[in-house]
Design a protein around this ligand. Structure first.
Ligand code: TXA
Ligand code: MG
Length: 365
């Protein structure tokens, strides 16, 4: 995925990258931009450093992390040698895995493999599989290339909260952690986390987390059919655990609800406090909702894109900004049907479920 970094993204100087590499080598944490969201990185071969990630995020230690690897330089090669890049990390690489890597790496796609025995179980949550991705963001690429190793990086937010899509978001998420190094690569272009495909269970590719890269796009580019969980007849107990699969996740502290097409007033009427201030997200393709007529509730419209990729790129930014503005309720439109909306629909549903002040959360966060 190409990225124009000339306007918003200050590419980090080589001195800063050098310092970040030293920090990782010394067992420290470095937050860095990827094209999806910002990650909180540590040396994937250092158990103490990995422990720091779980502590700083407040994440249960059985939730596995993704290993980020540098994409080798292509120069005049047409195909990258992914086999040697992956060899230290995974047990075997299928034809399908190579096809997926050649088609989508570097980019917002994470693949789950049976792990090499050298991979620390601290990072896999004790499972015998490992998730790997090669991010496309130039700052991430440079950091990984210079580090010359794997970097584990969950999204750089406290467990269960909205993922950060700018360096400022990361800083506000970890305000108390004064020593945390944050590389600034501007705003994230994709805006929601990578698509995760499980290749560890043999023949079938199984979608574990929807994202920008859809099963349809994968089929079109590689001919590989991606199954939904349950569809591929695998043993459900053997499926890897995905922390993003908790019902409550990616959540703002302001209550967030969805409304069906044209049903804003219904959604508002379910909210009994008429003195409330409510932010309502409205499709850019729709004319005004004429909410001025609503008795006493203070409603403000926020325009959101009806293009799925554009909507995704701004979703977390919008949720974070709204969360800072002391609304009593945030209303978002339900996502339209269609695979390109699956990633957004998934994040919004979980964000609703986990939203509200801490005591209102319905899950283990
Ligand atoms: O876009 C992304 O993937 C971002 C950027 C920073 O790369 N990272 C990210 O990490 O979203 P995190 O930790 O917030 O989410 C990683 C997801 C979790 O849901 C985790 O359960 C899943 O990947 N995962 C990690 N290892 C796995 C494994 N071995 N099997 C199944 N799922 C795994
Ligand atoms: Mg996360």
């Amino acid at each position: 995925m190409s990225r124009d970094t000339s306007d918003s993204a200050p590419l980090q100087s080589s001195a800063v990258i050098h310092e970040a590499v030293q920090t990782l080598r010394n067992g420290g944490l470095v937050a860095f931009p990827t094209e999806t969201v910002y990650g909180l990185g540590a040396d994937a071969r250092n158990p103490e450093a990995i422990k720091k990630i779980f502590t700083m995020k407040g994440r249960p230690s059985n939730h596995p992390l993704i290993v980020h690897l540098a994409a080798p330089d292509k120069f005049d090669q047409t195909q990258v040698d992914w086999v040697s890049v992956l060899a230290p990390w995974v047990r075997d690489l299928s034809e399908n895995a190579l096809k997926l890597m050649n088609a989508f790496w570097p980019g917002p796609l994470t693949l789950v493999f049976k792990k090499d025995k050298s991979v620390l179980s601290d990072l896999t949550g004790g499972q015998d599989t490992v998730a790997i991705r090669a991010p496309a963001h130039p700052v991430a690429q440079e950091l990984l290339r210079k580090f010359k190793g794997g970097v584990v990086a969950p999204s750089a937010n406290r467990f269960g909260k909205v993922s950060p899509t700018s360096a400022a978001d990361v800083r506000s998420e970890f305000e108390g952690e004064l020593g945390l190094m944050v590389l600034d690569g501007g705003d994230c272009e994709v805006g929601i986390e990578s698509t995760i495909i499980d290749l560890s269970s043999g023949d079938h590719a199984v979608l574990l987390r929807p994202g920008l890269i859809t099963p349809k796009a994968i089929f079109a580019k590689t001919g590989i059919k991606v199954y939904q969980v349950g569809e591929a007849l695998q043993d459900l107990d053997s499926l890897p655990r995905v922390s993003g699969s908790l019902k409550a996740h990616y959540a703002p502290t302001t209550p967030l609800r969805l409304y069906a097409p044209g049903r804003v007033l219904d959604a508002l009427s379910e909210f009994p406090d008429t003195k409330s201030r409510v932010a309502v997200a409205v499709w850019d393709s729709e004319s005004s909702l004429v909410l001025e007529d609503h008795p006493s509730i203070d409603v403000e419209e926020i325009i959101v894109s009806s293009d799925a990729a554009t909507f995704a790129s701004r979703l977390y930014r919008t949720l974070r900004d709204l969360d800072q503005q002391s609304w009593d309720l945030i209303l978002f439109p339900e996502s339209p049907a269609g695979e390109e909306w699956d990633g957004v629909r998934d994040r919004l549903q979980r964000a609703c479920f986990g939203s509200g002040p801490p005591s209102n959360n319905h899950d283990s966060n």
